[in-house]
Design a protein around this ligand. Structure first.
Ligand SMILES: C[S@@+](CC[C@H](N)C(=O)[O-])C[C@H]1O[C@@H](n2cnc3c(N)ncnc32)[C@H](O)[C@@H]1O
Length: 263
């Protein structure tokens, strides 16, 4: 899944930015499993790579049980919504933040004042806009997908963490004092065309993995994403949420479903 996102968004590379030659100082914000930081260290073995995350899921042992750190300075337990990340201003040539929900927006709200002051070079943000988009005029706004998304917008906004993606991210980045060098928007279809399964096409590949992880009922991904929000914030019953999610999964899984997300 991780590879699929990066293949599509970054042309099968770890970054799009042209990095200066020499010893680089690189920061990975929200490292997750740590795969990007580990791969970057392999690509730039002389670089200093620091990785922060509120969690603690980076690799610590290899398959034989030996301690590993892959040459990365792991900093678990760092919340990027807090002002102090324990890092010095201007200390990074390159910052990467992959698949953090609307991290760019945090620059605007000043919730995270650190990112732009830390980088003296370039930063890249890879983000998914969860809005289910549809260009087909016949898709009614009363569809189950629209109803689900509308409820999720209201519920997430009511706890101060809106799932809506800001429309003007270039302006946000500029207001944070940076220059936008490249902004790509890629459509990710939610459903596979089962009559056109070309595994070599990166966009078909991403849809394949995305559909499996997000919309296959057995994984209960949408259920997990929706249950607490819709029951606690909107007072829905668990049965109502589960029933709507079944219908949403069904619509998004149809071979010719018109819905897509922006990456
Ligand atoms: C979807 S994962 C993305 C992981 C990785 N960057 C990637 O591209 O695969 C989101 C990561 O962001 C981290 N995260 C979420 N909120 C955070 C916060 N406030 N401060 C630091 N890390 C956070 C989570 O712990 C999780 O590891």
């Amino acid at each position: 899944m991780h590879n699929a996102w990066y293949n599509v968004a970054l042309d099968n590379r770890l970054h799009l930015a042209t990095l200066r030659p020499g010893r680089l100082r690189i920061l990975d914000i929200g490292y997750g499993t740590g795969i990007w930081a580990v791969e970057m260290k392999k690509l730039y073995p002389d670089s200093e790579i620091t990785a922060i995350d509120i969690g603690n899921d980076h690799p610590t042992v290899d398959e034989d049980g030996y301690q590993v750190h892959h040459g990365v300075d792991w900093r678990p337990g760092v919340d990027f919504m807090q002002d102090d990340w324990g890092l010095k201003d201007g200390s990074f040539d390159f910052i990467h933040a992959g698949m953090l929900h609307s991290f760019v927006e945090a620059l605007e709200t000043g919730k995270t004042s650190s990112a732009e002051s830390l980088v003296s070079g370039q930063a890249e943000f890879l983000e998914l806009d969860w809005t289910p988009r549809c260009d087909v005029a016949t898709s009614p706004s009363s569809s189950d997908v629209s109803r689900w998304w509308h409820a999720m917008q209201i519920a997430s906004t009511s706890i101060g963490k809106p799932l809506d993606y800001p429309a003007d991210i270039e302006a946000i980045i500029q207001r944070a004092g940076c220059t936008v060098l490249n902004h790509r928007v890629i459509d990710v279809q939610t459903a596979e065309d089962l009559f056109n399964l070309n595994a070599d096409d990166p966009q078909i590949c991403i849809t394949h993995w995305y559909r499996i992880f997000m919309f296959t009922p057995a994984y209960k991904t949408l259920n997990g994403m929706s249950m607490a929000l819709l029951t606690r914030q909107l007072g829905w019953t668990p049965a109502d949420v589960a029933a709507l999610v079944v219908r949403v999964n069904y619509q998004l899984n149809l071979t010719h479903s018109p819905y897509y997300h922006n990456l």
